[in-house]
Design a protein around this ligand. Structure first.
Ligand SMILES: Nc1nc2c(c(=O)[nH]1)N[C@H]1C(S)=C(S)[C@@H](COP(=O)(O)OP(=O)(O)OC[C@H]3O[C@@H](n4cnc5c(N)ncnc54)[C@H](O)[C@@H]3O)O[C@H]1N2
Ligand code: MOO
Length: 391
């Protein structure tokens, strides 16, 4: 059995970044920027008023001075003349500051009398002019890779970038396997259960920015598994669930190898998730074979599948982000496998759930953390610092 970090290295070697595609700005939020983009203009493109008031010559700003109002500048409608000493232009926020003016006096500090203004006793010290290019200049760069946020979308819009190069979404095909499985909403037979893992993993994949579709549930037969694999031809990543262990009906690995999969590894010193496998299918797609136990499948989804998706999205080969917390209750010594214990973190203190069986989705749904116990970690007492992966 290999370690978790060895398994991750093997997976990163299988999965390279995908190519970019161009999408309209309105579809780019949450996508990964695939190439650097550059501002196509200065912002603001002219020196602009930051307030509503009067554009004047700064040297005229003296309490009690009277200035002649010679015109108006509004946002979208500049004043075409020049302001000289003794003159003012009525101006509004966002309007270009007229030539000759170098200060805006806010209207609260002025009294207006038809075509003149008189400056008040107290005049705000600010000049209230946003210089041209004060936000960004033509050619300024937004660097890839980055997961685009609403703020980035606003910035790129302002840069006049209408179409954005983003990494194409990884196409993932999810295959549940097992004679016992039916779809939610169906009526299961007496020996059957509902396929849950496929839906949890699909949700996780979509959160990660992948396109994830469910293949029909495959039976525990070679022909059914072969049919399911043949339906995943266009996928970048094929996720199988179940049939990974050593039972007579655990055929997934054998069928995949017979179909040309070159196996990268099988079995990890990890709990849950021991019978994980991965390799490259004949068509070049990456295959990750997850164990069937529901919590094992989801934990492996977080620990292995998510980093593979991030790597495909060009975000680099990095293990799941870890944080630390103080143990709120003692823990007994760990065995030889790295244990990802379902746990709850609150206000910096972490508690592992009593029941850790890998079938318990109720516990997983209450957990907000996977508390990491390294192999052979000794007993731990309350107050010790431990590592966890946030869920
Ligand atoms: N003799 C041994 N038995 C087992 C070993 C072992 O080392 N020696 N390993 C155990 C471990 S650890 C795990 S994990 C499981 C993994 O088994 P499989 O990957 O072969 O999964 P299945 O046997 O197909 O299913 C296990 C369990 O999960 C349920 N399941 C499967 N798929 C789904 C799904 N899509 N949605 C919901 N539930 C699913 C299935 O009904 C079983 O209950 O093997 C242990 N055995
Ligand atoms: O490793 Mo299994 O995944 O313990 O339940």
């Amino acid at each position: 059995m290999i370690s978790v970090s060895e398994a991750l290295s093997h997976l990163f070697a299988l999965a390279g970044p995908l190519e970019s595609e161009s999408v309209p700005l309105s579809k780019a939020n949450g996508r990964v920027l695939g190439q650097d983009v550059f501002a196509r203009r200065d912002q603001p493109p002219f020196s602009a008023s930051a307030m509503d008031g009067y554009a004047v010559c700064a040297k005229d700003v003296v309490s009690g001075a009277t200035l002649e109002v010679i015109g108006e500048a509004a946002a979208g409608h500049g004043f075409s003349g020049t302001v000289t000493t003794g003159q003012a232009v009525r101006i509004f926020t966002g309007a270009p500051v007229p030539v000759g003016a170098d200060r805006v006096v806010i209207q609260e500090d002025v009294s207006r009398d038809s075509s003149t203004i008189t400056l008040g006793d107290k005049i705000d010290a600010g000049f209230h002019i946003r210089p041209a290019g004060g936000d960004f200049s033509e050619g300024d760069r937004l660097s890839a890779p980055r997961v685009l946020t609403p703020s980035d979308i606003a910035l790129m819009a302002s840069m006049n970038i209408a179409n954005v190069p983003v990494i194409r979404k990884p196409r993932v095909a999810i295959m549940s396997t097992g004679d016992e499985l039916v779809m939610p909403g169906e009526t299961p037979g007496p020996d059957q259960i509902i396929s849950s893992n496929s839906f949890g993993l699909q949700a996780l994949l979509r959160d990660l920015g992948a396109e994830a579709r469910l293949l029909p549930i495959a039976k525990d037969t070679r022909s059914s598994l072969e049919t399911a694999f043949s339906m995943a031809d266009d996928a970048d990543l094929v996720i199988t669930i179940g049939g990974a262990s050593v039972g007579d009906h655990d055929l997934v690995g054998d069928v995949a190898v017979d179909l040309g999969m070159s196996r990268s590894f099988y079995k990890i010193a990890m709990r849950p998730g021991k019978p994980l496998m991965a390799g490259r299918l004949e068509n070049g797609a990456v295959m990750i074979g997850l164990p069937g136990n529901p919590v094992s499948a989801m934990v492996c989804g977080h620990i292995f599948m998510a980093p593979v998706i991030r790597q495909m999205l060009g975000l680099g080969p990095s293990a799941p982000q870890e944080e630390t917390a103080l143990l709120a209750a003692p823990l007994s010594a760990n065995g030889p496998r790295q244990h990802y214990m379902r746990a709850r973190v609150e206000a910096g203190r972490i508690t592992a759930f009593e029941r850790q069986d890998s079938s318990l989705l109720t516990i997983l749904s209450q957990a907000n953390a996977l508390l990491i116990r390294p192999p052979h970690d000794p007993e731990r007492v309350s107050g010790e610092t431990v590592r966890y992966v946030p869920l």
